[in-house]
Design a binder for this molecule. Structure first.
Ligand code: G4P
Length: 527
């Protein structure tokens, strides 16, 4: 096994486009049958189900569906291991979602055929674009009445400024749906079975002009398919693997996750086209997956679901080297090496302690809070991965403690949650009201319920007199000190002690930035 047989990817979509259904079907077709149907289990049901996992039993940590790994053999490629990283599928956006996308090599963008590109798809796409993450598009729900396939392709091309290349084409949609034609292999995916709804038969043809097509599809269906598919092949870019991998072109597959149409074509596309692990941005130099030393970074920390335990799982993406159980890795900047005796690998079939892992794999490292989001781990600690950003919060709130004797507990809770990336916390230079910042509303609900359940701290949130925050820095320390002195009432420190300017509006940021040209105001901060 090497990193070249790893495909580490995420699915990006707007809620309801079918991410959960597609995830289940990918696992089903990938051989992890017992997980199908379980992905959607939430809360208690999910916790109860995951009791087969030792670590979950002992410590009450449920990591189900954060990372799903499955393997499958492909002609000419051999065994491919897929690591599917879950991006939380809430209406609301969290930093967790952004950061998960820093740990993947490619993404599948799921679009509802009736709705096209929706707001969250677009936001997630922008994050992928920042890192040139290549994207395969899956137009879902073609079994239902949808928008015209050409209109959908043009929308992807126009809204996302991407070249599109249809790889398959629907033979009708909704009531007229008869199957899906593979434009590359000239195969037709046809419904089979009693209900004639689910994908079953696959027939091969010599091309769209093959006369046998007339006996398989209805006369209107075959005429429409020939006309549309020929137009599509002439009108859009041909597939170009290099352009896809550079993030400039997206191959498009049509299908129905629910009716299992096109899911195997999608898996095949990920195996054949999606990139294996790539060099990761790091200081002093990018790290090549082929480098011998074991390196990785933590992109997510998941806290215990059982409030009586303080254990956490840090999710590390392995970037280079062959990881072996018991290995000692050092978090850059913290000094002490950690022996990793009980790493967790996320094989969907059997969740077991990992003995070995390869670049592109995700390892769960149980710890007591030593590991933080953004940490680099390596054998020799001479590098630091870059590009795991903190995002300027879009919502700021003042935390009001209901019982003033709980100040210490509150500070601990806010620090913990800032470490996990649930929220950001800012400690103003003047005044005693701590301020928390989030990217999406949902994070506020999570914060309050966890304060109550895990830390037994009753707190409320009030509007803060600020609207946004910027990390400030300057080449000349004197300039920074001067700026901070003159703006003390707007200054705060983040969890790591970095200076942050709290602004009443985005306009104020612009105004102040103009007055202090020597100071840099950053909307993201790399950790
Ligand atoms: P999400 O994770 O992206 O939010 O979407 P999810 O898979 O939960 O799918 C949202 C709804 O769309 C579900 O229906 C699901 O059954 C349906 N769906 C997903 N893929 C397809 C498809 O290919 N064709 C059709 N016709 N429907 C699809 P629901 O009624 O909201 O939920 P449920 O009660 O069926 O679970």
């Amino acid at each position: 096994m090497t990193s070249s047989d790893r495909r580490t990817f995420a699915i990006i979509s707007h809620p309801d486009a079918g991410k959960t259904t597609l995830t289940e079907k990918l696992l089903l077709f990938g051989g992890a049958i017992h997980l199908a149907g379980e992905v959607k289990a939430r809360g208690a049901a999910r916790r109860a189900r995951s009791d087969w996992m030792k670590i979950e039993q002992q410590r009450g940590i449920s990591v189900t569906s954060s990372v799903m790994t499955f393997e499958r053999a492909f002609d000419g490629l051999g065994d491919i291991t897929f690591n599917l990283l879950d991006t939380p599928g809430h209406e609301d956006f969290s930093e967790d979602t952004y950061r998960t996308l820093t740990a993947v090599d490619s993404a599948v963008m799921v679009i509802d055929a009736a709705k096209g590109i929706e707001p969250q798809t677009r936001k997630l796409f922008e994050v992928c674009r920042l890192r040139n993450v290549p994207i395969i598009t899956f137009v879902n729900k073609v079994d239902r009445e949808g928008r015209d396939a050409f209109a959908l392709l043009d929308e992807v091309a126009d809204m996302l400024a991407l070249d599109v290349c249809p790889m398959t084409w629907p033979a009708g949609m909704g009531g007229q749906f008869e199957g899906i034609y593979d434009l590359v292999d000239n195969r037709l995916l046809l419904p089979e079975g009693d209900s004639r709804e689910f994908q079953g038969k696959v027939e091969r043809f010599t091309g769209l002009d093959d006369a046998r097509l007339d006996s398989v599809l209805s006369p209107e269906g075959v005429a429409r398919l020939r006309e549309e598919a020929e137009l599509a092949m002439a009108g859009y870019e041909p597939f170009d693997a290099a352009a896809y991998r550079a993030g400039d072109l997206t191959p498009v597959y049509f299908g129905s996750a629910l009716k299992e149409f096109g899911v195997d074509s999608l898996i095949d596309a990920i195996a054949r086209h999606a990139p294996p692990p790539r060099p990761q941005p790091a200081e002093p130099a990018p790290v090549d997956p082929g480098a011998g030393e074991v390196t990785g970074f933590v992109f997510k920390v998941q806290a215990n679901m059982d409030p009586n335990h303080r254990d956490r799982i840090a999710f590390m993406r392995l970037c280079s080297g062959t990881f072996k159980r018991g290995m000692k890795l050092t978090p850059t900047g913290h000094g002490k090496p950690i022996a990793i005796h009980s790493p967790i690998l996320f094989f969907a079939r059997e969740r077991e302690l990992a003995d070995e892992a390869f670049p592109g794999d995700i390892i769960g490292i149980p710890n007591h809070g030593t590991l933080r989001v953004g940490d680099t781990l390596s054998e020799r600690a001479a590098i630091r991965f870059t590009g795991l950003p903190n995002f300027a919060p879009e919502i700021l709130r003042r935390v009001v403690l209901k019982d003033p004797t709980k100040t210490k507990q509150l500070r601990k809770a806010l620090d913990d949650m800032a470490e996990e990336g649930v929220t950001q916390v800012f400690y103003p230079e003047i005044g005693s009201n701590w301020i928390i910042g989030v990217v999406g509303q949902l994070q506020l609900d999570v914060l309050l319920s966890r304060l109550d359940a895990e830390y037994k701290v009753a707190a409320g949130l009030e509007p803060a007199p600020f609207d946004t925050a910027r990390w400030v820095s300057a080449a000349d320390p004197g300039e920074l000190a001067n700026f901070m002195d003159l703006n003390r009432s707007s200054m705060a420190k983040d969890r790591d002690g970095n200076p942050v300017f709290l602004a009443k509006s985005a306009w104020e940021v612009g105004y102040v930035a103009e007055r202090y040209p020597a100071v840099t105001f950053a909307a993201t901060r790399e950790r």
